[in-house]
Design a protein around this ligand. Sequence first.
Ligand code: MN
Length: 484
Amino acid sequence: MTYTIKTTQNEWEIVCGLEIHCQIISKSKIFSAASTEFGDDANENVSFIDAGMPGMLPVLNKECVRQAVKTGLGLNAQINKYSVFSRKNYFYADQPNGYQITQYEYPIVGKGSVKIELADGTSKDIGITRIHIEQDAAKSIHDLNPKKSYIDFNRAGVGLMEIVTEPDFRSPEEAGAFLKKLRSIVRYLGTCDGNMDEGSMRCDASVSVRIKGEQKMRERAEIKNVNSVKFAMQAIENEAKRQVEIYESGGTVQQQTCRFDQTTGQTKFMRLKEYADDYRYFPEPDLPPLILTDEYIEGIKAEMVELPDAKKERFIKEFGLSSYDADLLTDSIETADFFEKAAKGHDGKKVANWILGDLFALLNANKLTLETSPVTPSMIGELVDLITNGTISGKIGKDVFALMWQTGQEPAQIVEEKGLKQVTDSSAIEKIVDDVLASNPDNLSAYRAGKTNLFGWFVGQVMKASKGSANPGLVNELLKQKLG
Ligand code: MN
């Protein structure tokens, strides 16, 4: 789907790339043994290294390296066996060393690609430029005191993966789809919890515009630290429109850094890029280059879980799902596991319908998750079997499902106790048919006189008299015989 901003003079397209900082899941920080626990009291988890005390030496946490390699493999990327830590020098109170340890010329992960699915059914590959690992800064708190800023060092030194994409996004939708896909992948991998609202996944977007057909890129604005997928899409769209307006009124866009204002949905100018860019990078003297072996990388490859794309393909083949349903079911590993448990040995397509329809509707309405759902995977599998083998009708199935939800009882038990079994005994149905015909002589003679569209009405009466339990096929057959 092409997305353009049309004006009376021109048709503009967006050129956008993303940089995403993902907090690495690890028990301790990337260069110290302090805990990474989120939500502890301020400044509870701070080592001398995190506080920038002189003379302290960083020690690289192996787990953070493993997690970054895993993420690189999950993004189909080149793993660099040689990478180097660098100092990025800048002064800010949340970074008492006066520098951040990061990677610059030699990142741990190189080029990769991620497939995104779009609403019109098409897909697109987004290029990954690199992933480097670095330490997070402390958290500045400006809104507790009108005259002071506070700093919480619990976050200082937490391991980050900075994932950088190519400027491949041509619409806010593509950027949104990528962020969702990336979040799904890191959650599958267990390398980042992906919670944008808690700041464990933070997105910067570089946005420029150009007239359709132009090859060169124009000046861009970088929007910092957007904390939801929706806001990222909004920020890209509004920044692009702002730039188009400037160009169309004869102005020029300067390379700059902005922030996103959640209340107005607009981007706000922070600083011109040319003043902020000189970080005087140099190799970190306190850490040797990071060397990985083929065996090490192969070992991590061997432990990789099945990722959303592969799982989706398998679900389509194994269970005959539509691409759309398979997408929804593989979005989170919890949903995929729930579905697979429910579908094993049953009709997968029908199982998918129950989960995506009735179950998700009830979970959402009651603010529950699959983990807290009173309906278990095996209950859904059994319910599908009861319908497929004719024990109950699909319509009764809905009632049974509602009772499963309310009581947590097995479907077979509900059917038994409530007497919901479908009547397939033709003599029992025949008796009901006879009763219905005998008590409606007017309609019977009307039918025989040629008003054959009353057939459906008779079917309805028989179903009603059987309280929905009569097998509809048999009802049709018997009525045809008796009326004919
Ligand atoms: Mn960074």
